[in-house]
Design a binder for this molecule. Structure first.
Ligand code: G4P
Length: 539
């Protein structure tokens, strides 16, 4: 039941909540691995003057590192598995940047993060254009109606023509591009950008190693030709072509996800990063009402509510605990508040609320709509759970992706039987893998289901190092899962190359060896209703 009336128990006035919400910009960067997401994240924080030298957040090899990666596996592979939430002030706003894992195997994690943002930055490598993971994540944003700001990165390196990249985006994903800046100088010879709305030239200057904020000069249009010569003239001509083509910024279609403002950057050289921050502040939406499970929007001024979009353990080897990340949807949060867990109706004490800066943590004292709170030691919280104060609300569950990989997990050390059970439950709750069981296989041989095989590696690594119960995984010959009604389960179990298992939330899944087997079964048994889970490619 939802009742969105404001109660007097709210200690902060509604006007203050409205104002704080209006200052928030909560977004994530979506990209294919290697497009420069980590570099851009660091550059954004640098420009916002949170850190004075790039490299203090992610600690990737070769960069300055103040904090270590939480998992050795992550280090060895050089990929970012964990999600971090980064908050920093810029101008009058508070920017919340939610990091997403780059590898496709963790797209389920990325999907969860995308449920918690109000906008996304689609980062594209100028030499590569649209890549598979970018496309997939774009589909998720489109499905959720998330406004997208497109950033063409690595313009300091030889790459494709800017107009050609605009055409590719339009033709392949139907997104109308409306460049806000236009490069002066081709890819590989980046001199600066034309500010298409104001008409002037922003000239960038390189700094040693791109480690500090790059100085920029704003040169009026009439002096720009002297400063940049034919490169400026080309930029002006191309910009005019874009205007004739209807490619000027349009706030309405941006907000509905039909058009996308475009910026050109070199994250490594810190070029164009200020422009991105300004666009986020000036054009990206602030948090608005979030629709609950009954389709009722809850205004930001309503009493506190939030939903958990991610649960993560072992971020730091010295803190072997678990953090549930929740996005604040309405009201104000103060550490120590007693909330209600919508799923169980039980009180939830928030003594351990934290904000998370990269992998460093600090105690969080208050939070507003759009902010992310990290709730430590929150064993009861799972992705999709709602927390509220005073006026009940339940936000829609976060759909699970349809798994495509299945493996039986068995403990290799029989004396660690208890740890094994506890560990499997923990991985399941965090959503590291989905855990399926059946009477036939028994408690000691649960089946892990995953969107990508690397999820298994993470689960196996964590069971061995963190939980202390090493496991062996035996892969199963299944590729597709469908939801099946309990009354059909027995019939399904008798089919060749199919098996029914139950997820921990009670949903029964039938696994098929191949999509063709599934099709054949459906053709032969049209009366049995099998339902799809959300496919990773659809989001
Ligand atoms: P990701 O998080 O999206 O996976 O990408 P990341 O930031 O790690 O960047 C991938 C590589 O691309 C890095 O090079 C990074 O330095 C480089 N890069 C990022 N942005 C730019 C840019 O604007 N211009 C150029 N020229 N390069 C860029 P690397 O060799 O893998 O690592 P590193 O030793 O340089 O850190």
């Amino acid at each position: 039941m939802s009742d969105n009336t404001l109660t007097t128990t709210d200690t902060k006035s509604a006007a203050r909540v409205t104002a704080e919400a209006a200052r928030r910009r909560t977004f994530a960067v979506i990209s294919h691995p290697d497009a420069g997401k980590s570099t851009l994240t660091e550059a954004l924080a640098l420009h916002a003057r949170v850190i004075t030298e790039a490299g203090a957040i992610h600690g990737k090899a070769g960069r300055r590192s103040t904090v270590s990666d939480w998992m050795e596996m992550e280090k060895a592979r050089g990929i970012s598995i964990t999600s971090t939430a980064l908050q920093f002030p810029y101008r009058d706003c508070v920017i919340n940047l939610l990091d997403t894992p780059g590898h496709a195997d963790f797209s389920e994690d990325t999907y969860r993060v995308l449920t918690a943002v109000d906008a996304a930055v689609m980062l594209i490598d100028a030499a590569k254009g649209l890549e598979p993971q970018t496309l997939k994540l774009f589909q998720v944003c489109k499905h959720r109606g998330i406004p997208i700001i497109t950033v063409i990165n690595k313009w300091d390196r030889p790459g494709r023509h800017a107009l050609e990249l605009m055409d590719e985006i339009h033709e392949r994903i139907g997104l109308r591009t409306t460049p806000l800046t236009w490069p002066v100088g081709i890819a590989g010879d980046f001199k600066g950008v034309m500010d298409r709305r104001k008409g002037h030239y922003i000239r960038f200057t390189r700094t040693a190693g791109g480690a500090t904020a790059a100085p920029e000069e704003h040169i009026p249009a009439d002096a720009a030709a002297d400063a940049a010569g034919t490169d400026w003239e080309t930029a002006v001509e191309e910009s005019e072509l874009l205007s004739m083509d209807g490619s000027d910024f349009d706030p309405d279609t941006f907000r509905t996800g039909e058009s996308s403002p475009v910026l050109f950057t070199s994250a490594a050289l810190n070029f164009g990063v200020n422009q991105l921050l300004d666009v986020l502040v000036e054009l990206a939406p602030s948090p608005g009402p979030i629709v609950d499970v009954n389709g009722v929007p809850r205004p930001v001024e309503s009493p506190f509510s939030a939903f958990v979009f991610k649960v993560q353990a072992g971020m730091d080897s010295s803190h072997r605990d678990r953090i549930a990340y929740a996005r604040v949807c309405s009201g104000t949060f103060e550490r120590g508040d007693v909330l209600t867990h919508a799923g169980t109706g039980k009180p939830f004490v928030t003594k351990y609320a934290q904000s998370v800066f990269g992998q460093q943590r600090s105690t969080l004292d208050d939070a507003w709509p759009g902010d992310v709170i990290g709730l430590a030691n929150a064993a009861v919280l799972r992705p999709g759970d709602t927390l509220y104060r005073d006026v009940p609300v339940v936000y829609p569950p976060i759909p699970s992706f349809s798994p495509e990989y299945f493996s039986v997990a068995r403990g290799t050390d029989p004396s660690k039987h208890k740890q094994f059970r506890k560990g499997i439950e923990q991985l399941d709750q965090e959503g590291v893998v989905q855990v399926l069981r059946s009477d036939r296989r028994g408690e000691q041989a649960p089946v892990f289901a995953a969107v990508g095989p690397m999820q298994f590696e993470v689960a196996q690594h964590r069971m061995a190092t963190e939980i202390g119960s090493p496991i062996a995984l035996e892969s199963l010959p299944y590729q597709v899962a469908r939801i099946v009604d309990p009354e059909d389960a027995e019939f399904m179990n008798k089919q060749v190359s199919a098996e029914v298992l139950t997820r921990s939330d009670g949903v029964m899944l039938v696994l098929f060896s191949t999509p063709w087997r599934l099709q054949g079964f459906q053709r032969d048994n049209p009366d049995i209703k099998l339902r799809s889970l959300v496919a990773a490619a659809e989001g």
